[in-house]
Write a protein that binds this ligand. Structure first.
Ligand code: NAD
Length: 308
């Protein structure tokens, strides 16, 4: 591959101002320019983007600024000979802290107090309501960047961390690693279940009626991965019937979450707007990945985070 220019597609504006990335990469020995859907992409182009767009297949290389690349037609990239890379590896701290925050809120009732504060109400909790995370079991499903970031923070909070992954390779902060086929065994005793897998044909609808039946009635589901991994209407039923206690959801089947969704109105549901990975330094993390891969192109090496 030869690289003649690096184009920052305006869709990255969903995550941060594109100019920040242009500035950050301005010292590269390749012109860095902004681009939009009207740009003529061609051989010698590298494109940095939030999501897919028509025309990208004419470029040599497309870098997605997200970890999840489920919106990209991977087969079409393969066929076109266009290299696709993603941004896995940079979200462990931001998402890990977010999940720690959700769990601390459920245990220490911060969301309840904040709701009461909006009504200027001095809210006394029933004695049996608050608890501490110390010693509570967390099951992390998917032990990649997100899963490890979550596990490290939960371990630091004194939680009993177990996990589910496709390989048997141990993870330091995870006391027991279960195989994917033992998912039910892994989640059965957990007070919190955190989803951190990519959206794939195998993980779509992974959490449905049987999983909510297996989970403890006082359990909380945390989804920071992708909405369709959970069957959302089944989750609503599980919350309404008390099959599970609550959920922290950053991702949804439909985003933005429609105004009429019953999830908005439930006290034991924390809704965040696909914000778990947001941080003001995000453009720098992306610049580091892109810079590494520009150097790899120059050196004829293998691109990091290569999907196709
Ligand atoms: P990663 O590739 O580092 O890790 C994913 C892990 O999930 C891998 O270890 C993989 O083996 C495992 N996995 C895949 N299928 C599995 C299954 N059926 N059972 C158990 N484990 C399975 O990716 P990551 O950076 O950790 O991100 C994971 C996903 O989270 C992304 O694909 C993306 O969709 C989502 N994500 C969301 C946000 C957000 O803002 N909410 C931010 C980053 C990533």
């Amino acid at each position: 591959m030869t690289l003649h220019r690096l184009l920052i597609h305006d869709s990255v504006g969903i995550a941060f101002p594109p100019e920040l990335l242009v500035d950050e990469l301005s010292d590269l020995d390749v012109p860095v320019e902004t681009a939009d859907d009207d740009t003529n992409f061609s051989q010698g182009d590298g494109v940095v983007t939030f999501g897919p767009a028509e025309g990208f297949l004419a470029a040599d290389w497309v870098h997605c600024i997200r970890a999840g690349y489920d919106e990209f037609d991977v087969d079409a990239y393969e066929l076109a000979g266009t290299t696709l890379t993603n941004s896995s590896g940079v979200h462990g701290t931001s998402v890990g802290e977010m999940v720690a925050g959700y769990m601390l809120s459920f245990a220490r009732r911060l969301h309840v107090f904040r709701d009461a504060q909006a009504d200027h109400e001095w809210h006394d909790l029933p004695y049996e309501e608050p608890f501490t995370l110390d010693g509570e079991r967390l099951c992390v499903v998917g032990l990649g960047t997100l899963g490890r970031g979550i596990a490290e923070r939960a371990d630091a909070l004194g939680m009993d961390v177990v996990g589910v992954r496709q390989s048997e390779e141990p993870v330091p902060e995870v006391r027991e690693v279960y195989q994917s086929e033992d998912l039910h065994e892994a989640i059965a005793d957990a007070r919190f279940v955190a989803l951190a897998t990519p959206l794939t044909p195998e993980t779509e609808g992974l959490f449905d009626t049987p999983e909510f039946e297996v989970m403890r009635e006082d359990a909380y589901l945390v989804n920071v991965a992708r909405g369709p991994i959970v069957d959302q209407s089944t989750l609503v039923d599980a919350l309404e019937t008390g099959a599970v206690s609550g959920a922290a959801l950053d991702v949804f089947e439909e985003e933005p979450l429609p105004e009429e969704s019953p999830l908005w109105g439930r006290e034991e549901v924390i809704v965040t707007p696909h914000a778990a990975a947001q941080t003001r330094g995000y453009h720098r993390d992306i610049a580091t990945l892109v810079r590494t891969n520009v150097e790899q192109v120059r050196n004829g090496g293998e691109l990091v985070n290569r999907i196709v």
